[in-house]
Design a protein around this ligand. Sequence first.
Ligand code: ATP
Ligand code: MG
Length: 601
Amino acid sequence: MAIRQLPPNLINRIAAGEVVERPASVVKELVENAIDAGATRIDVTATGGGLGLIRVADDGAGMGPDDLDLAVERHATSKLADDDLSHILTLGFRGEALPSIGAVARLAITSRAKGAREAYQIAVDAGRKSPLKPAARSAGTEVEVRDLFYATPARLKFMKSERAEAAAIADHLKRLALAHPEIAFSLSNGERTTLRLEACPPGLLDHALARMGRILGSDFVEDALPVQAARGDMDVEGFAGLPTLHRPNGMQAYLVVNGRPVRDKLIAGTVRAAYGDLVPRGRYPMLALFLTVPPDEVDVNVHPAKTELRFRDPNAVRSLLIGALREALGAAGHRATASLSQDALARMVQPSAMPIPPPGARAYQSHTRPRSFGLAERAQAPFEAVSEPSADMRGRATDDEAAAGYPLGAARAQVQDTFIIAQTEDALVIVDQHAAHERLVYERLKGALSNGGVSRQMLLIPEVVELDGDAAAALLAASEELERLGLVIEAFGPQAIVVREVPALLGICDVKGLLSDLAGTLLEAEEDGEGSRLLAERLDHVLSTMACHGSVRAGRRLSPEEMNALLRDMEKTPFSGQCNHGRPTYIELKLTDIEKLFQRR
Ligand SMILES: Nc1ncnc2c1ncn2[C@@H]1O[C@H](COP(=O)(O)OP(=O)(O)OP(=O)(O)O)[C@@H](O)[C@H]1O
Ligand SMILES: [Mg+2]
């Protein structure tokens, strides 16, 4: 077959295959154009999942008749003033979106340039351009796309359900809206407005959080930690969710680079590393991070849809982000997700059988706000395993510790040998003693390790542990590393190991359980092919396994002194709001909420 030059129409349709993958990509391209045009408000309508009509109206710069005529031509753009691809400040630059859309749908653009008196319209139907005609419209541009993919029925077959396409449109629009809090956005499905976002005043950290909550959910607003850092000529700001606020996928991690929402592997990997051991495996943190870098530091011309990028100096970006996130998370200290206590309250059922006395009935008259919860004072019938704090401790707790305003309050009781109940000035705190202690031991192990080594404790009688499969071999292969962590082991025949010393921090621990869990952690890392490249991450897992074994297990009775010591330690320890598995270590129930439960408010 002879080679032939393809006709422009076919070229456009081929290009459309890359740029316009689905209705949401049309919305993305048109909204990006509106943002580039300096719009302050952008209204989007999409019916039938975007396969019926997509309309994007903006109040931006608009186009005069000549520009309008050129805009739908291939490779025509106003965004590359010189031929330099290394200083791109706009979202678009390829001059491909409008001709691609025009090649596969019925496209009509109505526009009036700022300061001009007339508006004009141009239409392209499956690649056939109609002549320009006068139209009526205020300043700005309105683009309508009807019957998307009618010119390419093969593509139409790949569309998902109307609902799925509508959801993808909303997702794309939210990403762009999050990246541009200075612009007002709305989305309608033709029948009703499904999203309406007002513009925020400048100052991301001061003004944009509430609007971000409309996109990421109100949990995020409550649990968002401000992030701000700069390094050389790069800076990052935004909000990072507390580690206890995690989601099953990375969809809620919003990353914006120079105003462009991106899904970048480098950034995603860096975020994962920064949260590291704070979020359970397979779960993802929520965040909205805005990275600003000099335009020549980043290449956006990597993918036709421009959702991927390449950084000139990936390491600089990585360390900026890790530093910023670690600082934000560290500053959060022992804070855990506020929504957890709301969930807990929501789950508490009121005993419906109990008649509610009329207002003024004697039992409810005594005082509006109890001085204490009285858990310790009260008869303990409902709690079988409450260990009563000593009278001495009770007095001290009420007068000193609660009053001294410790964030986690004074321990008042232990229930089921598992939970510590503490009281602060305005709340009841429930601590999971095992989870909390585990985090403390883990952070101490990490601290000791970075300060030159974990101190060891010699076992009076070395313990011989039998292990099966490759477990013994895996442990022995890591024996040098383990020794630095305070665990001294030696081979003892083919399937056994003798343990001579253990990390002193662990106290009396179940050596056999520890070894078999450690072997599991090591073998799993091998399977993942993580090898030595991710030694740091593997170390975290090893330490976390150790901490789990050295912890006050659920089921151990604690003295009041031990309980209070644990609370004070938690307050001092970074990241103590969650255990190494990402579960919360405590929840706080506000007194006002408890009063509501009992209808005192
Ligand atoms: N809403 C709009 N308001 C004003 N001008 C617009 C608008 N939409 C498009 N234009 C003009 O039309 C040109 C072509 O738009 P098109 O989206 O096809 O290409 P681009 O944005 O330059 O690059 P890309 O293909 O990367 O999006 C733009 O460069 C811009 O000058
Ligand atoms: Mg464009």
